[in-house]
Ligand binder design. Structure first.
Ligand code: SF4
Length: 321
């Protein structure tokens, strides 16, 4: 078993487990047991160590349960994935690209996740692509497949290889994009075996990585090393969610953007939080997002400024700042 798989296997799956190893957090964690019943925790040890060092910090606030999750407000499927899904595990919203969901599993449960209601109700890795392949074959304008999830890098290298092999038989598919949070959560996932799979398909596909990261505190030395392994050979971009009291300031985005640019990663998207059931406490106002964006553009050149996006379930086009 690879190091990253061991770390996944040893991740914390309950508050009781966390309290056993971090008894000094018990008073705080015992208040969150009702939240855990609705939205389970899943936290790798290296992240739990960071949480333990700063229980009110930006890492903790993204991954530890919060009482705000029990609010009845918000939508189950806030961006309309379900109604834009022509066949199982594909979302086709735009002409040239599809989202492909090979798994519903993630290396961590982000408390703000816009798919938190779907993800908490299923726990699967899928292996057969038959339906998706048939759909893709009959839609020649699709040239890009976006591997999403869950997190696609939770698949084993063999499973990823099989998906890539299947898609390589469709001539009009030119680009494969991976949306992933792995490098900032379990950076060991970017190992030589994984890089070998990418190399195998390098002449066939253009690979693009979109790294999910929300604040500079996530970018420790291990994470930076793992990101550099990707960005030295592949187009690597970032996406973030603007979260209340975590990164909702131009200073926070400025620091993150500078650190990413140093790693040859271009800031790409900053998502306004969706109207998610169980994540309303992360929401900021549109005015606040506009303010952060306009302050940021004073400090960062346009080519490195993330695009601020609003999305909702009732439209198929995004609203850009
Ligand atoms: S890694 Fe992405 S899909 Fe998974 S819980 Fe976090 S935000 Fe959601």
């Amino acid at each position: 078993m690879s190091s990253w798989q061991v770390q996944l296997k040893n991740s914390y799956r309950s508050i009781a487990q966390v309290i056993t190893d971090y008894p000094h957090l018990s008073e705080r964690l015992n208040t969150l047991l009702d939240v855990e019943k609705k939205y389970p925790i899943f936290i790798p040890k290296r992240i739990m160590d960071k949480i333990s060092e700063d229980i009110d910090g930006n890492i903790s606030n993204q991954f530890l349960p919060q009482l705000g999750e029990l609010s009845p407000d918000g939508l189950y499927d806030p961006i309309g994935d379900i109604k834009n899904s022509p066949v199982n595990r594909l979302v086709h919203r735009y002409e040239n690209r599809v989202l492909f969901f090979p798994t519903s599993k993630c290396p961590i449960n982000c408390r703000y996740c816009f798919r938190k209601n779907e993800i908490s109700s299923i726990d699967q890795i899928f292996s057969k692509d038959d339906e998706a392949i048939e759909y893709l074959k009959t839609h020649p304008l699709i040239n890009e497949i976006i591997f999403s999830g869950g997190d696609p890098l939770i698949l084993t290298d063999d499973q990823l290889d099989k998906h890539l092999e299947s898609f390589s038989g469709i001539d009009h598919i030119k680009q494969i994009r991976f949306h992933t949070r792995f490098p900032t959560i379990i950076p060991d996932r970017i190992d030589t075996d994984f890089l070998s799979i990418l190399s195998k398909y390098k002449g066939r596909f253009e690979f693009i990585f979109v790294i999910h990261t929300n604040c500079v505190q996530e970018l420790d030395e291990e994470v930076k090393l793992s990101l550099t392994k990707l960005s030295c050979d592949y187009t690597t971009l970032s996406q973030s969610v603007i979260l209340k009291d975590i990164n909702d300031s131009s200073e926070s985005f400025y620091q993150l953007s500078q650190a990413l640019l140093d790693l040859n990663i271009r800031p790409y998207y900053a998502h306004f939080p969706d109207d998610v059931l169980g994540a309303q406490h992360f929401k900021i106002t549109k005015d606040k997002a506009h303010q952060v964006h306009s302050e940021l553009r004073q400090r960062i050149s346009g080519h490195s400024l993330p695009v601020f996006i609003f999305e909702n379930s009732s439209n198929t086009s995004k609203e850009y700042v």
